[in-house]
Design a protein around this ligand. Sequence first.
Ligand code: ADP
Ligand code: MG
Length: 222
Amino acid sequence: MECIDRARAEGRSILSEHESKQLLAAYGLPVTREAFANSREEVLEAGRSIGYPLVLKGCSAEVAHKSEQGLVFIDLRTEAEAVAAFDTLSARLPAGAGILVQEFVKGDRELAAGMIRDPQFGPCVMFGLGGIYAEVLRDVCFRVAPLDENDAQEMLDEIRGRAILGAARGAPPADRERLAAALVALGEIGVREPHVKEIDVNPLILRDGRPVAVDALVVLGG
Ligand code: ADP
Ligand code: MG
């Protein structure tokens, strides 16, 4: 995997959001459409091909918690809003950081998924509630990798908040097959990529019931 080799060659233990999503996408996880922009013109160009509303983010392997540092602008509906966000980000970012333009994923449920390496059990897949309540509710479950489709389906029923995967407030039920496939894929990365120590996908947003990774962080090591 190219982005892993490059990061290791540079002595980095963290993949940027964009690199992390490239790894996820290579294993079949759905991720946001996105592109880097180095100028206002490139923001507009990216906006035309991605489509509005947009999200602009500072993207750097040095910044792990982007929103805490004022580096995430979501639901930008016009070219003027996108350009203003670009200008603000340019002023806030350290040299060498990129500005990522991505689709705004309109969903109503934020989940989290990931992979950790347990000293005894090896790679394990995590699934739970994501977004702003994730840290408060700590509603997560784990399975040792590799997972099959059944293991992954069981995980969906294991969290306390499992009811949010059903049809709710006009939203369709979660696409359980696609969600389970995403968890299976995370386990596969754990098994097949020895240099990947940890993966954190938060949030994984349900759009029309289907999961999309809108943020991802891959940690290398081990
Ligand atoms: P952080 O590094 O702070 O975790 P995120 O990329 O997760 O940054 O962005 C913070 C929040 O902004 C997310 O939890 C999500 O609610 C929202 N968000 C980020 N990117 C998108 C996107 N592409 N579409 C919709 N919402 C997004
Ligand atoms: Mg996040």
